[in-house]
Ligand binder design. Structure first.
Ligand SMILES: N[C@@H](Cc1ccccc1)C(=O)O
Length: 510
């Protein structure tokens, strides 16, 4: 017996549908067999490789009507409405009079001239505008022209232009009328059995493969599994895009950051967003006339505008002295009279360093590794790279043996964990650290170094008043920037706008 061709279910039904039929359009087959066109094409390609199925491809135009096209047509196209005007005027009007009458009736004159002439309904010359014989017979709205009929019958759905009564005229009338419809080039496919294919099917040479997605208990018990072919997945077939629920990219970045620090043995700390100037600025040895404290940079609360200083009066006094003359820190301080009132002013914290400095005050002895991720606020004008509210992550390490090398190593480890391979450090200045170092990471995709934040070793003017005798490494890094780089955003506002399309497009596995 000659070999029979084993076909899966879709291919088998395709062959049957094609038997002694000649060429059948793919769209028709898909509708008849209730199968995807892509599924049928896969079967057809297989058949064509064996010389059994012929695939014919032809360029075809599709008429894609606009949503309101049918209504526009039913209401009367401008050139059709113009016919009434001309008939009422005895069939002819001077161009100026016609334009006036058309404007009065709110009929678009340009459209009338363009399409009325193209349809052969209207003639226009030096004498004026005249209705033609064809125009007279076209007067009644119920005798629609081919394009109007096509749009009404299409009822908003795409149709094959060549299947319409007068495709040439439809193309002519609708080809350049975007307010009504668009023409789209499509490939129209049809399939047919070749003589070899017809012969094979007629001689019973095809057989339906016993194929399943899964085996049942019965298949196993009865031994039927031996005859069953398990259907393979074809991952190359087009599939519907699904947008599952996912975590917001910024939230994801924050969670990943948190995990990275926890994995490195850090403890998470939190502190209020509404903060005293004392913790936000004074404890960090930022002089009270420092420009960062300016209303332009910092949000001051109106209600309450003042809060209490920490209960530990000795600590507050040591901070005062650090500012005024350096106290016991070995420094000369800033040399001004420190105001407790200014330290009591309530601000929206401008950095999460307010959080880590509080942690240091609570726990001034080594070892301590702490971090804080959270909101900070700065009085910035909103732009593609600035927001008045954003997130930072701050960290501190108190350790007898901590050094600048430990600081750089820790930061490098953090960024490596976050997927940034190249980290560089630049000398910088902060009132609370010495030395101070800015962190830059390399962005492969843009071949650019990007600044991520600041770091350093706290000055004695910061640590000594808090009762800390050991080196403290500290850093504060921007979170949004990291998210922007990761998700390829060029505008920071994207992270907060909640544009659903943009969020759907953001990769799930990043
Ligand atoms: N607080 C600084 C960063 C920083 C933190 C700790 C030490 C040094 C710098 C900022 O907001 O940019």
């Amino acid at each position: 017996m000659s070999d029979t061709l084993q076909l899966d279910e879709a291919a088998f039904s395709l062959w049957q549908a094609l038997q002694s039929k000649g060429a059948v359009p793919l769209s028709q087959l898909a509708a008849e067999l209730k199968l995807d066109q892509s599924r049928l094409m896969a079967a057809a390609l297989e058949g064509s490789a064996g010389g059994f199925i012929a695939i014919d491809e032809q360029e075809a135009d599709e008429l894609v009507p606009n949503e309101n096209a049918a209504d526009l047509v039913r209401g009367g196209l401008p050139e059709r409405q113009a016919l009434r005007l001309l008939l009422d005027a005895g069939g002819q009007l001077a161009t100026g009079d016609f334009a006036k009458a058309a404007a009065g009736a709110k009929i678009a004159v340009n459209e009338v001239f363009k399409w009325g002439v193209a349809r052969g309904w209207i003639e226009k010359d030096k004498q004026g505008v005249r209705i033609t014989e064809a125009g007279r017979s076209a007067d009644a709205v119920k005798t629609y022209d081919v394009d109007e009929t096509a749009l009404i019958e299409a009822n908003g759905k795409p149709v094959d232009v060549d299947a319409l009564p007068d495709p040439h005229r439809v193309r002519q009338l609708l080809g350049k009328r975007p307010e009504l419809a668009k023409m789209k080039a499509r490939v129209r496919r049809s399939l047919a059995l070749t003589p070899a294919g017809e012969q094979l099917i007629a001689s019973g040479g095809i057989q339906r493969k016993l194929e399943r997605n899964l085996l049942t208990m019965d298949d196993l018990r009865s031994g039927a599994w031996r005859e069953i072919t398990l259907r393979a997945y074809d991952v190359t077939l087009p599939a519907e895009t699904v947008h599952p629920a996912k975590i917001h990219p910024l939230r994801k970045m924050i969670e990943q950051t948190r995990r990275a620090y926890l994995e490195m043995g850090f403890t998470e700390v939190v502190s209020p967003i509404v903060e005293s100037s004392f913790w936000n600025f004074d404890a960090l040895f930022q002089p009270q006339d420092h420009p960062a404290r300016d209303m332009q940079d910092t949000f001051y609360m109106d209600e309450p505008s003042m809060t209490d200083l920490p209960k530990d009066a000795a600590l507050v006094d040591r901070v005062r002295r650090a500012h005024e003359d350096g106290g016991d820190t070995g420094s000369e301080g800033w040399g001004y009279k420190w105001s407790p009132e200014r330290a009591r002013q309530v601000v929206l914290r401008t950095h999460t360093t307010a959080s880590t400095i509080r942690a240091l005050a609570r726990h001034p002895n080594p070892p301590l590794k702490a971090f804080c991720v959270g909101w900070v606020c700065r009085n910035e004008t909103m732009s593609y790279k600035h927001l008045p509210v954003f997130h930072q992550v701050d960290g501190i390490v108190i350790d007898e043996h901590a050094s600048l090398a430990t600081l750089l190593g820790t930061l490098e480890t953090f960024y490596k964990k976050m997927g940034f391979k190249q980290v560089k450090f630049k000398p910088a200045f902060y009132p609370y650290t010495e030395p101070s170092v800015d962190v830059v990471v390399y962005l492969e995709s843009r071949k650019k170094w990007i600044e991520m934040g600041g770091s350093g070793i706290f000055r004695p003017e910061v640590t000594e008043p808090l009762g800390c005798k050991h080196p403290v490494l500290a850093w504060g890094l921007g979170m949004e920037r990291l998210a922007m780089i990761r998700y390829g955003l060029s505008d920071i506002r994207e992270l907060y706008q909640g544009r659903i399309e943009a969020l759907q497009e953001m990769a799930l596995a990043q």
